[in-house]
Design a protein around this ligand. Sequence first.
Ligand SMILES: Cc1cc2nc3c(=O)[nH]c(=O)nc-3n(C[C@H](O)[C@H](O)[C@H](O)COP(=O)(O)OP(=O)(O)OC[C@H]3O[C@@H](n4cnc5c(N)ncnc54)[C@H](O)[C@@H]3O)c2cc1C
Length: 425
Amino acid sequence: MAKDKQPRLVIEPEKCIACGLCEAECPFDAIHIEGDVAVIDYDKCKVCRKCIPICPTNCLSVEGGKEAAPAEAAKPAEVTGKVGGYSGVWVFAEQDSGEVHPVSWELLGCGRTLADTLGCELAAMVLGEDVEDVAIEAGYYGADRAYVIDNPVLQVYRTSPYAAACISLISKYKPEIVLVGATTLGRDLAGAIATELGTGLTADCTGLDIDEETKLLRQTRPAFGGSIMATILTREQRPQMSTVRPRVMEALPRDETRQIEIISEDLALTEEDVLTKIIGFQADSDLDAPNLQYAEIICSGGRGLGSPSGFELIQQLADALGGVMGASRATVDAGWISHDHQVGQTGITVRPRLYIACGISGAIQHLVGMQSSDTIVAINTDPDAPIFQIADYGIVGDLYQVVPELIRLAKERNLKEKLLSGVAF
Ligand SMILES: Cc1cc2nc3c(=O)[nH]c(=O)nc-3n(C[C@H](O)[C@H](O)[C@H](O)COP(=O)(O)OP(=O)(O)OC[C@H]3O[C@@H](n4cnc5c(N)ncnc54)[C@H](O)[C@@H]3O)c2cc1C
């Protein structure tokens, strides 16, 4: 093709307002604002057209050449989905003495869909001491491969050796996506890895999928206090890293017929290299903290209770159904109940089989923490309360009349046993 027929990015200078959006968007550093106009550096421009839709005054266009899609060679690196040869979806398998946190299996469930969409491997990153069983188990939950570092230095979690182990594996095998559970450990580890690798990390994602056109990971999470959902892309760094809270994603059914390939790697670290020493271990003294995250039945109370004593009634309902007690943030902020019970964006994400919301309005920050529950029952005096929009069963009424009646019926019909044995679901 003759040079003058090749497609060329052009600008209408009279329309340009020198906002700089095209300069920021260009992956090839080919546009610069000079004075009050954007100027194109034709030596660098690959006619990828990323700047065109971003321009608020439509002053950029392509002239010459074929009209449609840009040539493959002209695509920016991330459009190919293989920045620097990165490929594969990895999940960090969080374990403590061989016991794996269920969020890791949930992330493998989500990772399976991402890997299948991208046509790449799904792998578990398994660190610890004597962790081969964890790697095998990761296969049962969907992983094709496990990258394992088995080393006494990794027996108990400490940030620096765990981060060093992850970074050595990531640097060697270059996964495109790394997912970590948003647990206390996971939040600590993911931040350390992303900082060291100089890549992006989106925390507390509620949705992950692959952008059809660019093949980038679309990382969706609530922003501005939950008033909007933001979808975040890591365009130019790899790996793309996200943390996801427990119970947000769903694990695949465990399948013992699935095989996994195990790749073992060494870690050039000894105990002497690690500054942090474990001098003792004391279990969390708050043994009464509710296990909301994995509860099958949750009865939650909100400001509609009117006073802290209202939670006594919610506890009676939870006891009658064999469930645990949750709460809205309004009640936690009011000091009616401890934060361990708070469900929602700044509390715990839950996915029970049955969620009963008593006197809770249904603010978005509460809903994002419980809307994946299998069955939602709402009790509220206000028929227009937003909670009714997501409830499977809504009872418009005073909770102080409705809840005692529910407790009575639950006891009369022996619902606790039926629910716990699964008969009533
Ligand atoms: C950054 C940020 C993060 C947040 N994180 C969370 C979070 O994690 N979790 C969370 O819950 N909130 C969170 N919130 C707060 C959230 O916006 C709401 O303010 C909160 O959820 C409201 O709690 P509520 O539904 O109990 O109270 P209200 O909104 O006051 O609702 C009380 C409801 O009770 C009903 N009612 C009153 N009396 C009765 C009765 N006798 N019987 C039946 N119904 C009755 C009323 O009609 C009303 O609908 C967050 C807010 C921000 C800005």
